[in-house]
Design a protein around this ligand. Structure first.
Ligand code: CA
Ligand code: CA
Length: 584
């Protein structure tokens, strides 16, 4: 382990020398600009951002593949990630100028030819032995800017590579992996800055969002998301987050959790970055009084300064690992005759939230799963109507506390997998799961680098016929318009298109297409392993391509108990699949 770490440091030093002595030529530096990234949703010839646009709507106007012909979709090519490291492939590919960039398990990044699938180069991060990813060795995608392709690694670092050669340009530490930090989210690029969060919510870390210069990796601002911690801007203090001890007792804010592990979205219209924050630490809520801000929240952050402009907490005083980290997607709609700039989030806690994205004002919370045992809806101020019997009891001395049945389970009504919003139908398509858990509290004390839960659990089904459910949600009414039930838990992202289509993958190995208006299944293809990646689409040489990563893994096989049994026959994998219509 020591040897590997030393070699990795030597690699950093060499690339620093190259940078100092061989400045990039103008030609090398060409590539997607900030404006190209902002315009990504409309430019159909490329996929430049995680979410098909900085707002993360995952909507493409392309309609060559549509509800009338999708049944004829066939594979165009596939590409294997190879190696023995076939684990959960939760990545969303990027496509630019004839190249596909895709990240793989164990912090790997690949460049494939976008017409043939042939590999151009690959980069494998040298990971130290002591990394502590909670929920499989996944990576969710890269970011592209100029001549660079940038991704986060499991040892809580961020690496920029030359996108033509795969050579390291810079490599920076986000946080200390030995304290439990890691990184798996796709970076967000805004105004020449790489914006990242951190992972490690099960280890008593402090969640943070930070911005770096895309050309050098130098830190611009750092914003901890737990009240009491100090933010910085260009090396100087830039105000405390919240107010010391306003929602935390004693020193608990120093180990308060709130991991920002899913990355963020950016809304150019309001110039706000939106990040979700994860569970407070420890899980055992009796050990930390108060609302524990800003855990289990959505934060709006000024990208120019790193200052929090507004917050909305979806699970105050979370006691179930509801971990409200889910993506917040800006959208516009007319409500009560008034055109509004809104945003939506389908939370692990089972509720779909609509907020005014200009100020964080609560508009509505609608249940999108079968059952929520912890709260009976939300009041007009956006506070949950708690069901006290739904909270697991306090531990007594060294004895565990009383067990309660809770639904959703801690794996959530929806976990990491991103939903999509169709500009055509006005609906959100939510990859959700119906399941519960027995949960109890236990005594726990913080120890650096050790799990900090103070809780135990057993996941249980709540329906005979399904766990997964892809649901179409009308954000104006909070009504479910249609649902597709899947036997195994859904764990992949969603794409919707101008062809009246919705695409998502299943653990059983299928990429499926549905009618966006009715939910009717129109096409499926068996990829050979479970699909937990996020599909994309782009146009190339006059044809529309649909693509997705295949490779079963993620949190379900590790933590899902009986649910993991449901998928134990699924083979592991690591392949990129591209589809198109046959040529006439
Ligand atoms: Ca684009
Ligand atoms: Ca968590």
């Amino acid at each position: 382990m020591k040897g590997r770490f030393t070699r990795s440091m030597a690699g950093v030093a060499v690339s620093a020398l190259l940078m100092a002595h061989a400045p990039l030529s103008a030609a090398d530096a060409t590539g997607p600009s900030d404006a190209d990234l902002v315009g990504d949703a409309a430019s159909t010839g490329d996929v430049l951002t995680y979410g098909l646009g900085p707002q993360g709507q995952r909507f493409s106007p392309l309609a060559k593949v549509n509800d009338g012909n999708v049944a004829k979709l066939v594979p165009a090519f596939a590409a294997s990630l190879g190696g023995e490291k076939q684990r959960g492939q939760e990545s969303q590919p990027l496509v630019y100028d004839g190249t596909i960039y895709v990240t793989g398990s164990y912090s790997r990044l690949y460049a494939f030819d976008a017409r043939t699938g042939e590999q151009k180069w690959k980069y494998e991060a040298r990971l130290p032995d002591g990394i502590m990813p909670c929920c499989d060795v996944v990576n969710r995608g890269a970011a592209i800017h100029g001549d660079k392709i940038i991704f986060a690694t499991l040892d809580a670092r961020i690496v920029a590579l030359n996108r033509n050669t795969g050579k390291v340009v810079w490599n920076k530490q986000i946080a200390d992996y030995q304290a439990g930090y890691s990184a798996t989210a796709a970076p967000l690029i805004v105004k020449g800055m790489v914006i990242t969060g951190n992972s490690g919510g099960e280890f008593g870390i402090v969640g943070a969002v930070e911005a770096r210069d895309v050309n050098t990796g130098e830190l611009i601002w750092h914003r901890p998301v737990i009240e009491g911690n100090m933010g910085t801007l260009r090396g100087k203090d830039n105000g405390m987050t919240g107010k010391l001890n306003a929602s935390w007792e004693g020193d608990q804010w120093k180990t308060g959790g709130g991991a920002t592990w899913l990355g963020g979205t950016y809304d150019p219209e309001t110039n706000l970055i939106f990040f979700g924050t994860g569970n407070p630490a420890p899980w055992n809520s009796h050990l930390r009084k108060g609302d524990n801000l800003y855990t289990a929240s959505t934060l709006a952050i000024d990208p120019d300064t790193g200052v929090i402009k507004w917050h909305y907490q979806t699970t105050p005083h979370d006691g179930w690992d509801f971990d409200g980290v889910n993506e917040f997607i800006p959208f516009d709609a007319t409500i009560g005759g008034k055109p509004m700039k809104l945003g939506a989030k389908a939370d692990r806690n089972g509720y779909f939230f609509v907020l005014d994205r200009t100020n964080g004002k609560f508009i509505s919370a609608s249940k999108f799963v079968m059952q929520t045992t912890w709260a009976g809806g939300f009041n007009k101020n956006g506070r949950p109507n708690y069901i006290e019997a739904g909270r697991p009891g306090a531990a007594q001395g060294t004895e565990k506390g009383s067990t309660v049945f809770s639904s959703p389970s801690f794996l959530g009504g929806k976990n990491w997998m991103p939903m999509a919003f169709s500009k055509d139908t006005g609906l959100f398509y939510i990859p959700s799961n119906d399941w519960g858990m027995d949960i109890w509290n236990e005594p726990i004390a913080y120890k650096k680098g050790a799990a900090y839960l103070g809780a135990g659990f057993t996941i249980k089904p709540i329906a005979e016929d399904h766990i997964g459910a892809l649901r179409a949600m009308d954000p104006k009414t909070g009504k479910i318009i249609w649902e597709y039930k899947n036997k195994a838990p859904l764990w992949g992202g969603v794409l919707t298109t101008g062809g009246n289509l919705v695409f998502t993958g299943t653990p059983e190995g299928y990429l499926k297409a549905f009618d966006a208006k009715t939910g009717k299944e129109l096409w499926k293809f068996q990829t050979g392993s479970g699909v937990v990646g996020s599909p994309i689409t782009w146009e190339q040489d006059g044809e529309q391509f649909i693509a997705v990563m295949s490779g079963w893994g993620g949190a379900v096989p590790l933590w899902g108990g009986d649910m993991a049994e449901l998928t134990k026959q699924v083979s592991q994998g690591g392949s990129f699949w591209a589809f198109k219509l046959p040529k006439r």
